[in-house]
Design a protein around this ligand. Sequence first.
Ligand code: GUN
Ligand code: ZN
Length: 639
Amino acid sequence: MIDFELLDRDGLARRGRFTTPHGMVETPALLPVVHPDPARQPVAPEEMRTRLGITAVITSAYITWRTPPLRTVAEKEGIHGLIRFDGPVMTDSGAFQQHAYGSVEVTPEEILSFQNTIGSDIATVLDVFTEPEDSHEKTEAALAATSERSHASRAARPGLLAVPVQGGSHPDLRALSARTASELGDVLAVGGVVPLMEQYRFPELVRVLVATRPNLSPARVLHLFGTGHPMTFALAALFGVDLFDSSAYHKFARRGSLMFPDGTVPLDDLRENTCHCFLCAETPLTEVARLPPDERERRVAFHNLLISVEEIGRVRQAIRDGTLWELAERRTAAHPALRAGLREAMANPAVFLPTEPDSRRAFREVVAESTGRPVAVRFRHAVDAYRVGRAGARRVPRFPLRPEYLRYLPATDRSDQPIEWEVLTPFGPVPVELTDLYPVGPYLGLEEFLSRPHHLSPAAFGKAVAESTDGGVDLERDWTPAWDGRQVARLLEWRYGRAVAPRVAEGLRGERSRRTGRLRAMVRDGQPQFVVGTDGVPRPTFRGATWLHTLLDLGRERVVVHEDAIPFVREGRSLFSMFVVQADPALVPGASALLVDERDSFLAAGRLVLAPHEMARLRRGVAVRVTAHARSPAPEPEE
Ligand code: GUN
Ligand code: ZN
């Protein structure tokens, strides 16, 4: 089975790696489609490697098999010898030719065995391509054939195998196909979608991914057949696509079309040299337009490939930065059809939520729809639950949660009843004590500049509060200490629930940064029990976690560690996925958790890298990073 290791993530999107007989593949990766006949290939694979840093390619085993001179070379020198590339080579099986020409002249057994013979690093089952328009009945019958061939191919394939996921436009069949592929495949290759991409039917493509993704094993590598245009990469990556393959760079070049991450430009329309990639810097595009057809096609194909590779690099960087939604929003702005696709994705938050992190460094609004990202939907639902049973709140203008403002805001009325205050944020009304939390705290968007709340002075804020109150409150008192207490109690309630929070908060005092005035720690007897990050989330120290462990019901907030890993976890080493026994399914990546042994003895506190449903299923890599253990140095909250 494939040894996929997840290194980093942003929601469903992952940065990872796996090995093949010809070396490692780092994902997300673009596998350019290489013609098996070197004479028909505009950019030599070796040149792709040396000049573009491309490490893996895909080629057609079927075209090789069907073309005797190519087949002879491949049988003698292997597929790597034929295409002159000694990195990882994936081969496709001919299903696409069945789609394009109506039939193939090879049996599933023959083409699988041929892929074994020619030393393919990743072989592909000969699936039955179904069209998006095909009826349920027809699609189901085709899927049964694909499934049978997949079982037979697995038995006949010692190496890595790509098992296609078909099912047309039928969500139930996509789900079924995804589950079958997950049992058999190393690479799960979503197929039958080329017509959707060619015809810009992106909402339908998204519906296919929505039906498919939750049913795919996270331990396998996800391939999307035919994702060729760089403007689609970020959208597809949102669904966790690890491998992209495409002949589009070449197809577009044949008709003189330049690809860019924000669209397509006909070479003949160009009067300005708008690209300065190293290739176009060598020969300006306006000159490329006048070259002989072959050279022109070669140059445009090279440019297209370079732009595509660059965009995959940006996707990887965005995963590291936690900004993939922003990139997808910027890219989908290139075409209304893509925007429609993104909107369809946002209409299905449940697909994303199990892997959406508890916070990110920033929430940058890119388009009007940004505040509808799944993570914002989750936040809104949680705010609704938090407000249940609380008296109606009063409104104040948005302000920084700092003592110089809080001193003016009465926390209780004259009969000592709490007064609830809310601010109107781009995510709806939010109780003030929660406004440092992601996504509200690190929100950067239009509203910040239109209403300029950061220009509200403490005195102006005080005046606004005084005007909105009715004499039922004490406006003379300094309310900051009361807010310290409320923030501690309420942040713990937000995180651990109303039932247990009062116990967790017992004896805790809020401590603010002298420099910024932000709540930075929750302290008992001079010992920090929770440290509050710049994302506003309280994270337990070793002491805090030890205390939490005594209060939270069995299983809650826990990740159970296999006994072999106990000594490592106690020392503060990361917990690897294969040593997870079970985990609280309510946890999400980035969340703090309690690491315990199988008898529920507390070991350490950590933060999740994987979602609970992924743990133990991924055999390699880190599941939880330990953040506090018995011998951790004393925590140092930000100053
Ligand atoms: N290339 C593009 N689409 C497909 C597909 O559905 N199956 C296979 N095997 N290859 C493809
Ligand atoms: Zn260029």
